[in-house]
Design a protein around this ligand. Sequence first.
Ligand code: ADP
Ligand code: MG
Length: 606
Amino acid sequence: MNIIHVLDENTANKIAAGEVVERPSSIVKELVENSIDAQSLHIEVEIADGGISFIRITDDGSGMSPADAKLAILRHATSKISLAEDLSTIHSLGFRGEALPSIAAVSRFSLTTRQHDNESLATYVEVAGGITTDIREAGGNVGTTIVVKDLFFNTPARKKFLKTPATEGSHINDILVKLALSYPNIAFKLINNTRLVLSTPGNDQISDTLTNLYGQKVAPDILPISYSNIIDSISISGYLGKPTLLKSSRQWQTIIVNSRVINSRAISKALDNAYHSLLPKSGYPLAVLNITVNTETIDVNVHPQKSEIKFSDEQKVFRAVYKAVTQVLSAAHTPGQLAASAELKNITNHSYTPSSRDSYAGQPSLYTGSPTHATSSWQEQPLPLTTARIAMQQEEVFWEAPLVTENTNCDQLEPQFSLQPLGQVENCYIISRGPDGLYIIDQHAAHERILYDRMSQQTDRIAAQQLLVPVFMDCDAAEITIITDYHDTFYNLGFSLDLVGPSTMRISELPSDIPLAEAENSIRQILEFIQNMHNPTPQELRHNCLQMTACKAAIKAGDPLNMRQMQALISELCNTNLPYTCPHGRPAMIRFSPHDLDKMFKRTGF
Ligand code: ADP
Ligand code: MG
């Protein structure tokens, strides 16, 4: 007797639903994508109970003929492709022919649809738990309306995995925001428990769509991005948030490739790396990246929910995004552009949050006294001080030519300084008096800047120290490959590394400034950087390595300094090219002009 049998259609659909229909938001995504594919210009989504008990999607797209409406709910029924080869040139969002039957298998589903050119009535199809219960002619507008009720009513085990209606509702909101950003020509609406919570104009302007979704307040803080590389056939458009506009998650990042909203670790990483030197690492910038590549260079059929794609050359895309984003951030060089406008009255409640990962973290902040857990306090706060803004602009020079040490052209930064230290606060900040105001210097950031500048003037090999006793380090196969591939680069950075066993590396030389105890850690940090950056250029690698060495070698927050040491540190800092920022882009020095002080003490009008 046979023990193998082919599953009946309803069972197969329920199983497929396990992959396609994860939660209410996956239903909304699939149905809205169908509406988009049907050339709709208005799409309205209404939900109740986080979409668990009720979802209705109404569009004004092409609609379906009565015959197609009956076919649409069958497995592998699609109008979008005929042959597997069609996938390489696909322009529609759907192609698997799985969404409608999968959704109908695990809910009470109905579809009402009418074509534009069809004088006849609409077609109504009703399916409950995968079983067709009604098909008939009905009244209905041109376009398609789909209602999905009682999700997972017949698969209670799956229902248990759903989160609260509020959480499920917010997932629906998130996915609609992204779809709306990827199709600014379509007007979207979301009604949640009878309340209109999202509405976009559909006027084909991403900037208008953005402000409708995130609020008018983001308008002054977004920068357009436009990049094109003809050789690689990649173009990128969209918007980036200024580094002052941060979120604590990637919620405000929308990555669109060939009109498809996707998740991509590589692209997110490229975005992170590009912002890295401009902002403390406690937040994620806003970004809408609309990337267009040759359809033949991607595989869209690698994920059941189509939320990931495979690039034939991921590195190319990574590099393009990195370049495009750094170009925008570097070009934003006028004070009003890069930093949000500073209002002095905000000074008292502003908090500058240092990265919790550098050695500065854990020290009391001058402004708030609570830096370590204030991960989002930087968020949406304007930079407080003119000088901090200038410092941000200076980062541009830094980006453009990280290894060049010529003077910058900013008046304020000409070393006309002769600062006089007045004392140290919290063993972390040096308070100084200058001819044009009061200066507060972060001793760690300042020393990092000094060391970085000094090392970057060494054009050849970074000065190295010979270790009396070599350090041995265990490495895995991937690490050994990188160390072997980058052997000469490591050498130029001041490391001397040799493979002395199948998984053992000997370190016999280290950059002079790196303490011995940090030897292994430093190499691992560089390895991690190379892995994350997908083949960084020698310049990027050198910049990263100098940045790290400077950080490890610099005096730490918490180190007490005497007057003489403070004076030496300050004079050296004033002779660097970018005294206002550390190599990570954090402020090293903040100036309060006499005018700033007067304002703070309300001695002048505003
Ligand atoms: P796919 O989108 O992968 O083709 P679906 O199961 O999502 O598969 O949909 C099946 C078919 O039903 C689609 O190919 C399309 O022809 C039709 N369809 C679904 N939704 C709509 C809609 N809103 N408007 C017009 N046609 C639709
Ligand atoms: Mg579909």
